[in-house]
Design a protein around this ligand. Structure first.
Ligand SMILES: [Zn+2]
Ligand SMILES: [Zn+2]
Length: 363
């Protein structure tokens, strides 16, 4: 089923009037009467009709926005019938089924997080992830029944494996896997001792995760087939690994550049100096030119993060701060006063106060 927004060519935040106008246009274009020789026109017309029915009904539109195509069984909405929402084990009823120990997701996908340090993300690394996974019980091959036990059709779902019911919060009927037969449609007269009838067993697995240099927080990697295997007739789900990059005490990342703040003394900034700064490669020397101002950014080329596509590295950007001494000896104070007078600065409060100067400045 195609995205109804795409079918009508309207943005996600389109108003009701926009949707109506777009529908009229698309429907007129593909009306079967106007396209007697094009067999696809009929399909397009039907599609536009279905899209309009979803988007013009606030409840159906909300269902699409929330669940996507899964909310609409083929033909359901287009036929004007009951809108039909399928909720997987991970959905609204995850908790309900979690009580049965079957919180596995219908497709068996698993999501895990892997945390890497700022440096590891910058230079790349390998991580071993340990995770819990469910696989078919080897005693009963996932049937949940004892070996040789008589198997009959589940009476709760009439063998469909799914049950449909009206859920109080939702304006439409909801379907969920049958909890009596765990979606299998059949039940055995006596249950398997190895898995207590669940058909599944929890196993601890590990996966080796390649973290490429330059990866950003929020990136994910998918290991196909490394998820749960919840049904004998289906392939196992995937393992999705979300990568989180820890923050760093000195560095932040902007694109492929590493930004850090370095405090200089007044003398270092005024006279110029060579200072040591932390970089991803360890300590490095940075030349500070004379008359460097607070807030100036000094660039260290090639000290940033690896470009994931182009290769090469970004830069390190050093933002300069100026530290003002908080405690002065008598001599230091005198020297600064002398310096100020040499620079023509008026720092003697008894001569002229700041407020007076301010008055003069405003005129
Ligand atoms: Zn078993
Ligand atoms: Zn059932």
């Amino acid at each position: 089923m195609r995205d109804p927004y795409e079918v009508l060519g309207v943005p996600r935040d389109a108003s009701e009037a926009d949707i109506r106008a777009a529908f009229r246009k698309v429907a007129a274009l593909h009306h079967p009467d106007k396209n007697p020789d094009d067999p696809r026109a009929h399909a397009r017309f039907t599609e536009a009709n279905a899209a309009h029915q979803i988007l013009s009904d606030p409840q159906k539109r909300a269902a699409w926005d929330r669940f996507g195509a899964a909310a609409f069984q083929p033909g359901g909405a287009a036929a004007g019938g009951q809108v039909f929402v399928q909720v997987g084990l991970d959905g609204l009823f995850g908790d309900l089924l979690g009580a049965l120990g079957i919180r596995t997701g219908e497709r068996g996908d698993i999501r895990e997080r892997v945390t890497v340090s700022f440096e590891q993300a910058a230079s790349g690394t390998r991580k071993t992830l340990h995770y819990d996974c469910r696989e078919l019980c080897s005693d009963c091959d996932g049937s949940g029944g004892a070996r040789g036990a008589e198997v009959s059709t589940c009476s709760a779902c009439s063998g469909r494996g799914r049950v449909r019911f009206q859920q109080g919060l939702l304006p439409f009927a909801v379907e969920r896997p049958c909890s009596r037969c765990s979606g299998r449609g059949r039940v055995a007269a006596s249950t398997c001792a190895g898995c207590r009838g669940a058909g599944l067993r929890k196993v601890r697995r590990s996966a080796e995760v390649e973290i490429p240099a330059g990866i950003e927080s929020g990136a994910s990697r998918i290991v196909e087939g490394a998820g749960h295997r919840v049904r004998p007739d289906r392939a196992p789900g995937n393992l999705e690994i979300l990568i989180e990059v820890e923050s760093h005490p000195f560095f932040t990342r902007v694109g492929d550049d590493v930004v850090c703040k370095v405090p200089l003394t007044f003398a270092q900034a005024a006279l110029g100096s060579e200072i040591e700064v932390p970089t991803l490669d360890g300590r490095a020397t940075l030349r500070v030119p004379p008359a460097t101002q607070p807030g100036h950014v000094l660039r260290m080329r090639g000290k940033g993060i690896v470009h994931r596509v182009r290769g090469g590295r970004g830069d390190q950007l050093v933002e300069v701060g100026i530290e003002v001494p908080t405690e002065l000896t008598e001599r230091a104070r005198e020297l600064i006063e002398q310096l100020a007078s040499e620079l023509g600065e008026d720092v003697q409060p008894q001569q002229r106060t700041f407020l007076e100067k301010l008055k003069g400045w405003f005129g």
